[in-house]
Design a binder for this molecule. Structure first.
Ligand SMILES: [Zn+2]
Length: 248
């Protein structure tokens, strides 16, 4: 059976002298692993189109228990990601997020579009990197069913107060009158609005909001901490990104 789909290469691993095994986030089938035969040959046209960070048009053959990439034509290589360590570190984390929060064997068009948009904006300095990071984290969590309930205060239903409080554990929001001790994260209203925007807006306007750099730092901290709680695992690429940030 043959399948044509577009996909972003998330990981690549050499197999023997000539072949490689890649992990791809595809539009049609979510994340999957596929073999690329003869990929190490200098004559291979498939080699570049199946390298990490490449977004490509793929023709896949499905065998009993694996996929094989028959053809690959590059659409976007995101070369500029390699220009700076900051960018590359964040891009690696975005790929790991794509892998962790996308379905297998299911349509993943929206997941793919978010990762691609974030990589594209990162290459072109369209938005601050931390904004791209938070948008990707929170929207992918939402797509995976982990969206916090930020519609209103969980106790009284009030939509907004000057400061609101976030319960990370349960993903709930409280106004300043109702905040229990389990919701120690104070969110200025600007942050609540930004997080609501990331969860509820249409994809085409997903990135369109503006925060000053102090609020952006807070947003990045909140979405990252919430993500780590929900994922219950470490992300090596995030740890590397944060160590690069700490070097300033
Ligand atoms: Zn309340």
């Amino acid at each position: 059976m043959h399948l044509k789909t577009r996909g972003l290469i998330l990981k690549e691993q050499n197999i023997g002298e000539r072949d490689k095994l890649v992990t791809v986030l595809t539009e049609a089938r979510g994340t999957l692993r596929a073999f690329v035969h003869g990929a190490k040959s200098v004559k291979s046209k498939k080699a570049a189109a199946t390298s990490k960070f490449c977004y490509a048009e793929l023709t896949l053959a499905k065998t009993k228990d694996s996929y094989i990439i028959d053809e690959a034509r590059p659409i976007e290589m995101f070369f500029k990601l390699r220009d700076s360590l900051d960018r590359l570190a964040l891009a690696e984390y975005l790929l790991e997020l794509g892998f962790a929060f996308s379905p297998e064997e299911e349509n993943a068009k929206e997941n793919l579009r978010i990762i691609l948009n974030s990589l594209y904006f990162l290459c072109n300095d369209t938005y601050p990197p931390k904004q791209l990071k938070s948008v990707t984290e929170l929207r992918l969590l939402s797509l995976s069913g982990y969206a916090p309930n930020l519609v209103a205060c969980d106790r009284c239903g009030c939509f907004e107060s000057t400061t609101m409080y976030f319960d990370m554990e349960h993903g709930l929001l409280y106004c300043d009158n109702c905040a229990p001790a389990s919701a120690p994260f104070a969110l200025p209203l600007g942050l609540v609005s930004a997080m609501r925007h990331i969860i509820f807006s249409e994809i085409k306007s997903l990135y369109n909001f503006k925060l000053d750099s102090a609020l952006l730092d807070e947003l990045s901290y909140i979405t990252e901490t919430y993500l780590l709680r929900k994922a219950e695992r470490r992300f090596k690429t995030l740890e590397f990104y944060n160590s690069v940030q700490a070097l300033g």
